[in-house]
Design a binder for this molecule. Structure first.
Ligand SMILES: CC(=O)N[C@H]1[C@@H](OP(=O)(O)OP(=O)(O)OC[C@H]2O[C@@H](n3ccc(=O)[nH]c3=O)[C@H](O)[C@@H]2O)O[C@H](CO)[C@@H](O)[C@@H]1O
Ligand SMILES: C=C(OP(=O)(O)O)C(=O)O
Length: 422
């Protein structure tokens, strides 16, 4: 297993290009199951999760070819489609559940392994099941697999979700585009990745209105055609790299960054005393001398502060002046980075969904272990300004969501290297 070694150093300077969004691409790729014609995705990120989705789609009979060094994904699904998403692939990545809606829409049936929980929480599928059942699917659990059937075809319906689940909104959208009649999803998720999926489906001939709001209306059509779609910028990778100069000092421009993708996050950086400026080419972040100020953070569905940036924000607040409270409202177990940060000298107390961070002057390098994707990168961020050397092990989590992290950070002056393991 690879590890990453970081030697804390001074201010960072330069530019970091931001990739296309993992979480958008993982929803866009299964959309290929909805049409016999090719779907081409440009600005794709080069990540292990994308390779896992490629494997899953191939196991279902779709073809995914990575072009231009992986930045373009040419997908097509014109042959026989297999309806079974196997446990061995689904267990690797929860987003595998995003084939359920498209398989049901195209074939009228699907058998998809239940993904199970993961390190950050239980993550059940009840909201997905209720949403697809509203469109007429009968879904039962047998031998760890969800067996979904809509033999007479899916029918448009009005459905309100009990919580604005991102994945359930994506599955509902991809099922409803080929259902008979009109569907309305109420309390839909509003994340930029949902907007991106709706844009792509519309380019494929779907009729969708209201994405980005809580009510999405879909008029079902008989078939979808091919399209080319650019994947939206990764707002989580963006926020992560914006925190690097915020933690170390200096000035970094995140190329392709847009403030409208992460406004609530930018407001917190501003409150902490970090300068954030939209430029023609991206977002410029700078921090002058002196400590950042403590701020309180509550994670919420978009447009609230993203849970996927909570761990990284905690890394910043470890050395803030004063005490910050972070409340995690999306996942029940998403503070595993806290004890690792404590190994680096941070003062953090976790009580249920709250973490209280008492800012210290400086963190110190240590051996730490990555427990999940965002936890991994929070440890790297903390290490950038810590005294001495930090070794982050189990970085396979990191490779799920960050491409070439060592190269991107080295390019702005960080001392970071990957050590290859078995
Ligand atoms: C691949 C992808 O896009 N992943 C993102 C997506 O995950 P994902 O789509 O899994 O997140 P959801 O919005 O569905 O989940 C949010 C909360 O709802 C709960 N829930 C969800 C579905 C369900 O049927 N029942 C249920 O109880 C979950 O356990 C969790 O506590 O949105 C999350 C919330 O912004 C992000 O952290 C993930 O990075
Ligand atoms: C939690 C995340 O991803 P996933 O939903 O794929 O586990 C994430 O991207 O931070």
């Amino acid at each position: 297993m690879d590890s990453i070694i970081v030697r804390g150093n001074g201010p960072l300077k330069g530019q970091i290009p931001i990739a296309g969004a993992k979480n958008a691409c993982l929803a866009l790729m299964p959309a290929t199951l909805l049409s016999e014609e090719p779907l081409t995705l440009t600005n794709a990120p080069r990540l292990s999760d994308i390779r896992t989705m490629t494997q899953l789609l191939a196991s279902l009979g779709a073809e995914v070819t990575a072009l231009q060094d992986g930045k373009v994904l040419a997908t097509s699904c014109h042959g026989e489609i297999k309806p079974v998403a196997d446990y061995d692939i689904v267990r690797k990545m929860r987003a595998s559940n995003l084939v359920l809606g498209p398989l049901l829409a195209r074939l009228g049936h699907a058998v998809v392994s239940l993904p199970g929980g993961c390190a950050i929480g239980a993550r059940p599928m009840d909201i997905h099941i209720d949403a697809l059942a509203a469109l007429g699917a009968e879904i039962e659990l047998k031998d760890g697999y969800l067996h979904a059937n809509a033999r007479g075809g899916l029918k448009g319906a009005v459905h309100e979700m009990r919580f604005a689940s991102v994945g359930a909104t994506e599955n509902f959208l991809m099922a409803a585009v080929l259902a008979k009649g009109t569907s309305v999803l109420k309390n839909a998720a509003r994340e930029p990745e949902i907007v991106d999926l709706a844009k792509c489906l519309r380019a494929m001939g779907a009729q969708i209105e209201g994405e980005g709001t809580s009510d999405i209306t879909i008029q079902g059509v008989d078939r979808l055609h091919g399209a080319t779609h650019p994947v939206v910028t990764d707002r989580i990778e963006l926020g992560t790299y914006m925190l690097a100069p915020a933690i170390c000092g200096g000035e970094v421009e995140c190329l392709g960054g847009r403030i409208d993708l992460i406004e609530s996050f930018c407001e917190k950086l501003d409150a902490a005393g970090i300068s954030v400026e939209q430029t023609h080419t991206g977002i410029k972040v700078s921090r002058k001398n002196g400590r950042v100020r403590a701020v309180d953070v509550v994670t919420e569905p978009f447009p609230g502060f993203p849970t996927d940036l909570q761990a990284q924000m905690m890394a910043l607040l470890c050395t803030a002046e004063g005490t910050s409270v972070l409340e995690e409202k999306i996942f029940e177990n998403r503070f595993m980075h806290a004890p690792e940060l404590v190994r680096m000298g941070a003062k953090i107390e976790v009580h249920g969904g709250h973490a209280t961070v008492h800012g210290v002057d400086k963190l110190k390098g240590a051996r730490v272990m990555a427990t999940d994707l965002r936890a991994s990168v929070s440890l790297i961020l903390a290490a950038l300004a810590a005294e001495g050397e930090t070794m982050v092990s189990r970085v396979y989590h990191l490779d799920r969501g960050y491409e070439r992290v060592e190269e991107k950070l080295s390019a702005v002056g960080a001392k970071i290297e990957r050590v290859k393991g078995d």
